[in-house]
Ligand binder design. Structure first.
Ligand code: B4P
Length: 193
């Protein structure tokens, strides 16, 4: 059961590339951000709890995020593998994911890490804020999301680097150029024992 992760700063193109890669691989792309937004839209108990964190650009507490992910991974469409977009984002989530995968007798096949400079990602998000009206794409919140990524999420990339799982991809350029780099990069990630 292939399990892939895609990581990168907000605005690096995770959502865009996750959809393309998952379709190539024939597995579902699971975005924790999208699941939270759909709970918020449906005013579910999870949505009511998560909304203030999303609006402020803060990470939703691990307990709630892990519970929600566990429920999603319990659905049938994940049995043949899946691609996680936006999870894990904290050290605690790395551990929980390891446990969830061990319980399914599987492990991570590869981690795509998208890199792009901060000015470009802020420009992308502010542009999207004008069309998609996402509650977290205003200038101050975009900066807060970048700061959290640097403080809490960038360090966990090292964990995956020491496990020899990462394909680090330059995410500047067109969507097609980046997708092509990801395909080539993934071929270079060594098969795990
Ligand atoms: P997400 O939905 O994951 O939001 P994000 O990190 O900001 O990524 P996003 O999808 O916006 O950016 P992308 O790079 O795809 O999370 C939202 C919130 O949910 C978080 O802030 C947090 O509150 C909460 N959350 C989610 N997961 C959590 C977790 N595990 N723990 C705790 N809290 C969690 O794309 C950005 C834009 O760039 C797009 O508009 C796209 O069209 C454009 N783009 C893409 N590729 C491009 C290219 N090559 N050139 C130009 N533009 C491009």
């Amino acid at each position: 059961m292939p399990v892939f992760l895609i990581m990168g700063a907000p605005g690096a193109g995770k959502g865009t590339q996750a959809a393309i890669l998952a379709s190539d691989l024939g597995i579902p792309a699971i975005s924790t951000g999208d699941i939270f937004r759909s709970h918020v839209g449906g005013q579910t108990p999870i949505g009511l709890e998560a909304q203030r964190f999303l609006d402020a650009g803060e990470y939703v507490p691990d307990e709630l995020t892990n519970r929600m992910l566990g429920e999603r991974l319990g659905q049938r469409d994940t049995r043949a593998g899946f691609l996680l977009d936006g999870y894990p984002r904290t050290v605690g989530q790395v551990d929980v994911l390891d446990e969830l995968l061990a319980a399914r007798a599987t492990s991570i096949r590869a981690v795509v890490v998208l890199t792009v400079d901060t000015e470009e990602v802020v420009r992308r998000l502010l542009e999207r804020g004008q069309t998609d009206l996402r509650s977290d794409d205003g200038a101050d919140v975009v900066r807060r999301r970048q700061q959290l990524y640097i403080e809490q999420t960038a360090p966990i990339i090292e964990t995956y680097q020491t496990r020899n799982l990462t394909a680090v991809i330059d995410a500047a350029g067109s969507v097609d150029e980046v997708s092509q780099r990801i395909r080539v990069g993934l071929e270079r990630v060594p098969a795990q024992q």
